[in-house]
Structure formats: structure tokens, C-alpha cells
Design a protein around this ligand. Structure first.
Ligand code: ADP
Ligand code: ASP
Ligand code: MG
Length: 430
């Protein structure tokens, strides 16, 4: 069997869904688990619903209705008989309606997962029904019947033993009937049957979980790019496609922020030596990128950029050195606030960390250590990582930037930067 994953962009509108169907026509005699993400930017829309509900702005229902309307329109355009499909997605949306009717749940992350998971549930229903309409063999599988996680909502960890067992007992028999098994990316369930999510962009990881559990021959993620490129084409010109990558190189690249593959995806595949193809849904005949155990020696320079970074300079209030006992305390607080540390460096009197600034975690962390530590913070920074660097590339990237922190480890250079402030004339005030 094989595993395919189609992300949000590949199913963003009716034409995109038809395109996915055309791709699948070429594989109709294969047994494939097909992992589907929420359509287009639905997850962002659902996050808006969650925030509106959490803050009781009175807008949550209206925002959810907008999302429903987009899905209904999609169904109207795709189906000869739209009503049964609408009824089946309404059964899913109703769960979200109930959350909004209830009082705000005290655990934000729990509530988030119950609402946001709806995106993949409805998109997978629509795709599965559409495949049936065009006579492609598709069975719909609730990923929550397979993927069991802990209860760290929004960042759930997979419980592998139960998950493998479920896959063998429930997904395998469906595959043995032949054809496609359509399921959702991004979501799982706790052992108490509460829905969890695996972290934003987690659908690639879901595909890897299925591949691992079912010993897939290979896995393919279908993207809007020809394969893995030397940098994000939205941010750089003159990028080139990498035809082959080792697991190791792919792990490094995605860990440092190459957004094309979720960083957790590679490890389970490497563990079972399952090849990963990254291919284009726009040009499905293209060769894409093959990620496997074959080791390549010569890689061109590759660049990854993480935006929205903050640099925290932490020093003790009593002027003592930031010593081991401080470190262990700081790391405990970092773990408690689930701060994502990208880079760190310590000097005699300060400890600097570069972290991703999301969900008010920086403020939470700073508050939690305020009694004993002073923290200076620079916001709005970028973290640039270059693998297999060459001098001219580094010079080019440094242009117009102030470097706040830089580190070189073997083949990797990382720098935390901000734009050089440009002098501007003041407005006339008379
Ligand atoms: P999905 O539809 O599966 O969610 P994503 O949008 O998350 O896909 O990932 C594809 C995008 O990743 C591309 O459109 C591209 O802009 C971005 N990207 C970032 N870094 C790279 C890279 N090194 N190679 C290819 N694409 C990259
Ligand atoms: N829909 C989720 C997100 O946008 C998961 C995914 O697409 O991978 O983050
Ligand atoms: Mg995505």
C-alpha cells in the first residue's frame, strides 16, 4: 500500500478538487490511504472562530457561518446531488455549533481542538463523496479511530502502540477491499475520545503516521511546488529543485524552518526506510524530490527563514552569573510555557534565546521569571538558516540587516536579524 497527502492548497476550490481526482485516476488500481487537509485557508478561519468565542465578541457564529457557506458553495458546484453531501457535512458542523452554544471552555487549547478539527473532517467528506461520484473507489475513515494521542491539546503526541494496533485492525481491512481510504490530516483522539490536533501544518505528519503503521511502500505529499527547493520561492528568486535528499538532510532542513514539509514527518519514515516523494499537484508528471536513505554528498546552499522571532536577553537581578542552577530553572520555565527555542547562547552575565513569538508565550515566560531575572526583548526579528553555506550567499543575506546573534555549526550558519533602520525625513509640523 501507499500513502498520499493532499494539503489545503490542493483542495482549495472545486477546480482543485477535480484536479486531485484527475491525479488519482492514474492510481485507481492501487491501495492508497489518502490524507486530506482542510480546504484552502479554512484552519485560519476556524482559528478566528475560536478566538471570537474565547473572547465572547459575539462574532463566532457569523465567522463559522462564513466557513459553512464556502463549503456549501463548493458542494453545489461539485455535485449532481448536493443535498446528501450537505447533510453529511452538517452532521460535522453541528458539533462546532454545540461548542459555540456552550459557555467558553476554561481550557483554550482543548476548545481549539474541538472546533478546528472540523476543517479536515468536512474536507475529507467532500473529497471522498466526490471520488464516489466519479466512480473512483473511496471509503471514508475517521482518523480519530486510528491515531491515539496524549492530551496535550494543539500539540498532541502520538501514542504509537495503540495507533499501530488500530491501523492494523481498522485501516488495513479497509485497504484490503481495494481502492482508496480517505482520511483527515492533523487530528487524533485521546483515549477518553476527545479530539486533539498535532500542531499547525500537521497533515504531512499524519501521512507519515499512517505510512509507518501500515508499512507503506512509499509516501507522496502533493504540493504547489515542483518539489523541495533550495529556498521558499515566495521569498527568493533563482531557487532550484533538489532531486534527491537524504532523510538526515530533510530533517535538518525542515527542523530549521523549510516550510515545505512538517518537521515531524521524516523520522517515522526513516525508521522504516519508507521513501518520501514531494511532488507537484500542478505538474503531476514532474519528477519531484525523492527523500530516502541514499546519501548525497553534494548539496547546494539552502536557506530557510523563520519570521516572527523574538530575542530575549536574560540576566540575573543580583548580578550573579547565569550559572547551571539558573539554567535548569530557566529551562523548566521554557518547557512549562512551551516556548519554542530556535537558538541560544550564553555569556558570563546573560543568556540569550531566540524564540518564536506566538500566542503570548513570550510574555507568559517573561512574567514567570520576572522575580529573579531581567529580560530585554527585541521583537519582529527573522531567523535565517543557511545549510551548506557559501560566502557570497551569506553576504547577500546580510545586506541591509543588523545581525543580533550568529552561530556556525559545521555546515550550518544561523543568524537572527532585523532590518537596518532607514533614515527618513520627518513630516513638517509647522
Ligand atoms: P500544503 O498545501 O501541503 O499545506 P504548504 O503550503 O504547507 O503545503 O507547503 C508548500 C509551500 O511551502 C510552498 O508553496 C512554498 O511556498 C513553501 N516552501 C517553503 N520552503 C520551501 C522549500 N524549501 N521548497 C519548496 N517549498 C517551500
Ligand atoms: N489544516 C491544518 C493547518 O492548516 C493542518 C495542515 O494543513 O497540515 O494547519
Ligand atoms: Mg499547509
Amino acid at each position: 500500500m501507499r500513502v498520499f497527502k493532499f494539503g489545503g492548497a490542493s483542495v482549495k476550490d472545486p477546480e482543485a478538487v477535480r484536479n486531485v481526482t484527475n491525479i488519482l485516476q492514474n492510481y485507481k488500481s492501487d491501495s492508497i490511504v489518502i490524507v486530506i487537509s482542510a480546504m484552502g485557508k479554512t484552519t485560519n478561519g476556524l482559528e478566528r472562530v475560536v478566538n471570537a468565542h474565547a473572547n465572547q465578541t459575539g462574532k463566532a457564529v457569523e465567522y463559522l457561518d462564513e466557513i459553512k457557506a464556502v463549503h456549501y458553495q463548493m458542494i453545489d458546484e461539485l455535485f449532481e446531488e448536493p443535498e446528501p453531501v450537505k447533510a453529511s457535512i452538517n452532521d460535522i458542523f453541528v458539533e462546532a455549533d454545540w461548542v459555540l452554544e456552550e459557555e467558553v471552555h476554561p481550557d483554550y487549547d482543548f476548545m481549539y481542538d474541538q472546533l478546528v478539527s472540523v476543517g479536515e473532517l468536512v474536507s475529507s467528506k467532500i473529497v471522498s463523496s466526490y471520488l464516489n461520484q466519479v466512480n473512483l473507489p473511496a471509503q471514508w475513515l475517521d482518523a480519530r479511530d486510528i491515531i491515539v494521542t496524549d492530551n496535550i491539546y494543539r500539540q498532541a503526541g502520538v501514542q504509537w502502540e495503540e495507533t499501530v494496533e488500530n491501523a492494523k485492525n481498522k485501516a488495513q481491512p479497509m485497504l484490503e477491499k481495494g481502492g482508496f481510504v480517505i482520511t483527515q490530516g492533523f487530528i487524533g483522539t485521546t483515549s477518553e475520545n476527545f479530539t486533539t490536533t498535532l500542531g499547525r501544518e500537521g497533515s504531512d505528519y499524519t501521512a507519515a503516521i499512517f505510512s509507518y503503521c501500515l508499512d507503506a511502500e512509499d509516501m507522496t505529499i502533493w504540493k504547489d511546488v515542483p518539489g523541495v527547493l533550495t529556498a521558499d520561492p515566495r521569498k527568493f528568486d533563482y531557487v532550484t529543485k533538489l532531486d534527491k535528499l537524504s532523510y538526515r538532510e530533510a530533517i535538518e532542513m525542515t527542523y530549521y524552518g523549510a516550510k515545505v514539509i512538517h518537521p515531524k514527518t521524516i523520522k517515522p519514515l526513516q525508521n522504516k526506510n519508507i521513501s518520501l516523494y514531494v511532488k507537484s499537484f500542478i505538474d503531476p508528471k514532474g519528477t519531484g524530490t525523492l527523500i530516502s536513505s541514499a546519501v548525497e554528498d553534494n548539496y547546494p546552499p539552502m536557506v530557510a527563514i523563520e519570521e516572527n522571532q523574538a530575542l530575549l536577553n536574560i540576566s540575573t537581578k543580583d548580578f550573579s552569573f547565569v550559572a547551571e542552577h539558573h539554567m535548569s530553572y530557566l529551562f523548566k520555565k521554557i518547557a512549562e510555557t512551551r516556548l519554542q527555542v530556535q537558538m541560544m547562547q550564553n555569556t558570563a552575565i546573560s543568556f540569550a534565546i531566540c524564540v518564536t513569538n506566538v500566542d503570548g508565550k513570550v510574555e507568559k515566560f517573561t512574567k514567570s521569571i520576572a522575580k529573579d531575572f531581567n529580560v530585554d526583548i527585541d521583537y519582529g526579528l527573522e531567523l535565517i538558516t543557511v545549510r551548506h553555506y557559501q560566502k557570497d550567499i551569506l553576504d547577500n543575506l546580510r545586506e541591509g540587516k543588523i545581525i543580533l546573534l550568529e552561530e556556525r555549526i559545521r555546515k550550518t550558519v544561523q543568524m537572527v536579524v532585523k532590518d537596518v533602520p532607514v533614515m527618513k525625513r520627518k513630516k513638517k509640523t509647522n
